[in-house]
Design a protein around this ligand. Sequence first.
Ligand SMILES: *[C@@H]1O[C@H](CO)[C@@H](O)[C@H](O)[C@H]1NC(C)=O
Length: 255
Amino acid sequence: MLFSCAALRSLTLACCRFALPATVSLPSVETLLLSHVNGPDSDVQRLVSGCPRLADLSIVACRALTAVTVLGARLRRLAILCSDSLAAVAVDASELRHFEYSGFVPDGRNFLTLHGDAQRRRGMAYCKVNICGAEATSEYKLTHLRQFLQLSRRESQDCPEELLSGQQLRYNPHGRGLAAAPQAPCLRSTVRELSLVHYQGGVAQRSLARFVLRSAPAIAEVYCGCAEGDWSTLSQLKREIIGWVMNKSANTIFA
Ligand SMILES: *[C@@H]1O[C@H](CO)[C@@H](O)[C@H](O)[C@H]1NC(C)=O
């Protein structure tokens, strides 16, 4: 009965395996949270496709899931957290305003495919990327990280950024990812504030920080919450961040 309840608006399924009935029809579900769900791709897909009004989809620690497509509904919020087998996500992005990703560096260009009417697309209001696990240093991983970030940036305007990763301060003076960081013209006049939290100076984090800061001449405030570490590493990282801030009167706060 649950999977054909016409009145249900919000559905959370956690820590379960699926045994879906033949028909899934959830015409009113707008919010769907799947957490630690070990269903085969086909069942997750059938559930998602059974929600034509889906606006808010969170996929959390669904470690068996490899692909999901949401084209029959217009998502406004998409969160993909700690679902590391997920290699292909395709959504209608014409109304997507909020995107959150937490996990390893996603593999390749096909990870996220955004469909939808570009004319209607209003741009994202919130974008949070948390790259966790071992620091990405290989050329292969950095290329994927760059592709993924370019994709999410291309879709972003007015985008408050939160960039997270790791635990311990470090500084690699030969950060290979830093050299080729592109700039994002869509951030130019809109980014006024940047918060870096758990900043520990990994190459991926520094690339992200530099990417946003070098694209944001109108920035007025930069907050950086640094991880534990020694004084000289901290001061090198501070100096580097201050060097990237284009507005020399901006407030920079290190904690
Ligand atoms: C630079 O930062 C200051 C201090 O936060 C702010 O008042 C000013 O508007 C910023 N400059 C530009 C060009 O946005």
